[in-house]
Design a binder for this molecule. Structure first.
Ligand code: NAD
Ligand code: MLT
Length: 528
């Protein structure tokens, strides 16, 4: 008998769908040890954000074929551990978009009219019509940070309410912003100008503590900030202090670095102008039904041997083809990630060129893998093989696929990705060697021979004496250890590239110093 465990509260419509194909056991609030003890009996697990599906649980889940997360974020699932065990992880990328956007708007309105504090005062017997004089949103400047699905809906509604909407999203094209009638701006200018800031970006290593004391200090003293995205993007202690001391006009949070919010969080000590809700963004009846149906249908399909439409960890390929193509997919994804960091912003066109032997492989998964790499800096964990094409289309990225089977550059062929974007054109080529090793073989048409590593630095520079030594000295002085270095040039003392594999990441504060080295024209730190 096929069995599904539902370990968080899920809308009944989802349970009815699962019951068509399996025995469904609803057991919510299980302690981890108990979940571990019973998970071995189940073919599928359906969760929300409460259940932590750790590597330990996945290891005990010997029959498990699929984990369904009724929501967007899969932060509570160890996806690499699931992938390793061949367990499909699916989510619902759009089921709660409207709910989360409306919650952000509700918080914005509540902040501007002091709704919770006025309510509490009235309930306590008061009739205070002076303290709670508010502001209108009409004609105020709203800065949306992250103009994806939720941010776009917030922008549309805010426009309809007469707000002047600006946005910061380094991965969104100018055309997309124009369609939404939103001005794209740099982050510091947005924070300095905004009357309201609403955050709608993922939590990634780059966005952690993005909103810190320094940035808050640049805001207007009347400005208000709303975070309905992910905890950890805002430094909570700095925010509590900024609201308490009147550095900013107020804030509303739905999400926290650690959930549930600690009893002694400094946020709980702020008496006025701060609104806290317990991660309610997706908590509407409609959204809960949407995500439950979306995910239950996918679990049902996978249990019936059909593909899932929103798998976060596998493309729609047979396991055999996946196994054979693994290093090629890995190369495509690595090159995509590298290219996005060289491009440094929006990409309007991506050309995927399969050369020589590479042209004999199915191109669609390689294109998807390249797009996944290209978009992962922008979308973090939410980008996957299934949604990469859709997300690229939504961002207006035009994809061109070229097969050149006449090319004879490497025995196994090569893959070249070229981007066209607002900050210029870039290209990278790579190959898979016979032992499965990946190599980067050209960067912006300069020949190199580099194994991708986690931390790298690419420069464009003029080939001249002293430049390599100067760069080495600067890195050495800042304790950045160089593992390997390569120089590619076409002509002596002409344009050249340098590729460094590093043991340590380059501190952001060092970039200006590197850029100031005589002869260096461009420098790009890269994390793969
Ligand atoms: P999305 O992927 O559609 O949009 C995210 C946008 O952020 C993308 O356009 C991306 O380009 C942009 N982005 C990435 N890095 C950025 C950066 N450093 N600076 C500025 N922009 C950046 O995602 P979505 O569905 O709109 O979700 C947005 C956020 O809301 C996510 O963090 C998601 O987990 C969260 N969420 C919260 C709730 C809730 O209950 N509070 C519900 C649903 C989603
Ligand atoms: C999500 O990731 O979908 C939201 O944070 C809402 C949730 O499911 O808790």
């Amino acid at each position: 008998m096929t069995k599904v465990l539902v370990s968080d509260p899920i809308d009944q419509t989802g349970i009815d769908i699962l019951s068509q194909v399996a025995q469904v056991d609803v057991r919510t609030g299980l302690p981890p040890a108990e979940l571990k003890a019973i998970i071995g009996d189940y073919d599928a697990l359906m969760i929300r954000s409460g259940t932590q599906v750790t590597a330990d649980i996945i290891e005990a889940a010997t029959k498990l074929r699929i984990i369904g997360r009724a929501g967007v974020g899969v932060d509570n699932v160890d996806v690499p551990a699931a992938t390793k065990r061949g367990v499909i992880v699916v989510n619902s990328p759009e089921g709660n978009t409207i709910a989360a956007a409306e919650h952000a708007l509700a918080l914005m309105l509540s902040l501007s009219r002091h709704v919770p504090h006025a309510h509490a005062s009235t309930m306590a017997g008061g009739w205070d019509r002076k303290t709670y004089v508010g502001n209108e949103l009409y004609k105020k400047k709203l800065g949306v940070v992250g103009l994806g699905k939720i941010g776009s809906h917030v922008a549309r509604v805010a426009k309809a309410m007469g707000m002047d909407v600006m946005a910061y999203d380094p991965f969104i094209s100018v055309e997309r912003a124009q369609q939404l009638q939103v001005r794209l701006m740099a982050l510091p200018a947005l924070f300095a100008e905004a009357d309201y800031v609403s955050l709608h970006l993922p939590r990634t290593p780059e966005t952690e503590n993005l909103v810190n004391a320094e940035l808050l200090a640049t805001m207007k003293p009347t400005a208000r900030i709303v975070n309905c995205a992910r905890g950890g993007i805002v430094d909570e202690a700095a925010l509590a202090e900024a609201v308490q001391n009147g550095v900013i006009g107020g804030a509303a949070l739905d999400v926290y670095a650690k959930e549930p919010l600690a009893a002694d969080s400094p946020l709980r000590g702020v008496a006025q102008r701060l609104i806290l809700t317990p991660h309610l963004g997706a908590s509407t009846e409609e959204a809960q039904e949407n995500v439950a149906v979306d995910v239950a249908e996918q679990i049902r399909d996978v249990l019936l041997g059909l593909p899932a439409r929103s798998a976060v960890n596998i493309p729609g390929l047979t396991p055999e083809v996946m196994e054979q193509l693994k290093p090629h997919l890995q190369l495509a994804e690595t090159l995509g990630l590298l290219l996005s960091q060289l491009a440094g912003g929006d990409v309007e066109q991506l050309e995927v060129r399969l050369q020589g032997e590479f042209a004999s492989h199915p191109s669609q998964p390689l294109v998807v893998a390249a797009l996944k790499g290209l978009l992962s800096a922008a979308l973090g964990d939410s980008i996957n093989y299934v949604n990469a094409t859709l997300e690229a289309k939504a961002r207006g990225i035009h994809v061109v696929e070229v097969k050149d089977d006449a090319s004879r550059d490497f025995a196994g062929g090569s893959l070249q990705l070229s981007s066209t974007g607002s900050k210029g054109n870039h290209s990278v080529t790579g190959a898979v060697f016979a032992d499965g090793d990946l190599r980067i073989t050209t960067i912006d048409e300069f020949p190199v021979n580099v194994t991708p590593s986690r931390h790298m630095l690419f420069t464009r520079h003029r080939d001249m004496p002293g430049i390599i030594g100067n760069l080495g000295t600067v890195l050495g002085e800042h304790n950045v250890n160089i593992a390997s270095m390569q120089v590619g040039r076409r002509i002596v003392r002409g344009d050249a590239v340098m590729v460094l594999s590093l043991d340590d990441p380059i501190p952001a504060s060092l970039l200006a110093t590197i850029h100031a080295i005589n002869g260096i024209q461009e420098s790009h730190p890269v994390t793969l």
